[in-house]
Design a protein around this ligand. Structure first.
Ligand SMILES: Cc1ncc(COP(=O)(O)O)c(C=O)c1O
Length: 351
């Protein structure tokens, strides 16, 4: 329970635990931009190793990882192929058109996942009048689509398309470790063939801030220039890197609990009148709840749930998104289900 409510709005809402705070307090630190911060060095080397890449760089946010990757890979007028619901397409304030001066070519996938055939069809033929297709980006897991895990075979076939057309492959791995825990497939198997891939520390891993972007040494050198340029270079960043190291040691395997909690909540919600949830589609820690068959819209649901101590946000006029994480217990998930039930069977019942 966070501050007397059940926090299902996002896995970004976790507070650092006592043990994580102790790791932060005792962190060895130095000058990050001078490559002299020992904690940052440990963290980036661990993530590079995890992803099977030559090098990695610590950044303040996942958004900055996406934006810097786009800026390194693209030139003005280039296209980035991505699924329509992807964060890089719709939730980064149009950043790719500002920094990279690139555009998005959105594909309508199935729960956030597109096929090799769709990727192939999205690659533009070289033509003086057309944008140049430059990058294929995938989001593992697909957040706004409901935390879908991209199947490894699908990823491999999309990478194959990218390589055939000499495109850069980018993976938004904000929740990549959720996919690893859910599937049992190693991170480096998912990231094979990608030119850039990153991991968010401030989501399921429970850190207060930070993300790590990995790739070839050449890519990371270029990423560092962008980091410097846009003010992402830090000083005694070991303070926050220590939380990341702690999280990699302690908070990865436990995400299975978040996935189990999400499943329990989804099953409860699916049994309630006026709510549509597909428990079989809940593969990780994200649940999409369609309220269109109830007598209220998503904003009203969100408001009433909040008043009853359950916080979660609409992601559309008729849709809510609930996320489980380190700060939500199995008991709270049951309690949240009961609050939903009271509303669904009472004042917000099916119309
Ligand atoms: C899939 C995905 N990509 C990127 C981001 C951006 O990460 P950050 O909030 O660390 O900038 C988010 C954040 O919610 C996300 O869910």
């Amino acid at each position: 329970m966070s501050n007397n409510h059940i926090e299902l709005q996002s896995d970004t809402q976790t507070r650092p635990t006592k043990d994580m705070r102790e790791a932060i307090a005792s962190a060895e630190v130095g000058d990050e931009q001078g490559f002299n911060d020992p904690s940052v060095t440990v963290l980036v080397e661990r993530v590079a190793e995890l992803f099977g890449k030559e090098s990695a760089v610590f950044l303040p946010s996942g958004t900055m990882c996406n934006q810097i990757s786009a800026a390194v890979h693209c030139g003005p007028g280039d296209d980035i192929i991505a699924e329509r619901s992807a964060h890089i397409v719709g939730v980064e304030a149009g950043g790719i058109s500002v920094l990279a001066r690139a555009g998005a070519y959105p594909i309508d996938g199935d729960r956030g996942v597109f096929t090799a055939e769709q990727a192939e069809a999205a690659v533009r033929a070289p033509w003086r009048y057309a944008p140049r297709t430059r990058v294929i980006s995938i989001e593992q897991t697909a957040n706004l689509a409901g935390g879908t895990v991209w199947p490894l075979e699908t990823i491999r076939s999309v990478v194959e398309v990218g390589k055939r057309h000499e495109l850069k492959m980018h993976m938004d791995g904000a929740r990549l470790l959720n996919a690893v825990v859910a599937s049992g497939i190693a991170a480096r198997d998912y990231t094979q063939g990608f030119d850039s891939v990153w991991l968010d520390l401030s989501k399921g891993l429970g850190c207060p801030v930070g993300a790590v972007l990995a790739g070839s040494s050449e890519f990371i050198d270029k990423a560092w220039r962008w980091k410097q340029r846009i003010g992402g270079s830090m000083r005694q960043a070991g303070i926050i890197a220590a939380a990341g190291i702690y999280a990699l040691d302690h908070n990865v395997e436990r995400m299975a609990e978040d996935h189990a909690n999400a499943k329990v909540l989804a099953q409860k919600l699916a049994s309630l009148p006026g709510l549509h949830v597909e428990p079989d589609h809940v593969e990780t820690n994200i649940i999409i709840i369609d309220v269109s068959a109830s007598s209220a819209d998503a904003a009203t649901w969100s408001k009433r749930l909040g008043e009853e101590g359950v916080r979660l946000a609409p992601i559309g006029p008729q849709k809510l998104r609930a996320l489980t994480h380190l700060d939500v217990t199995a008991e709270e998930v049951v309690q949240a289900g009961e609050v939903f039930a009271t509303l669904a069977e009472g004042e917000l019942r099916a119309s």
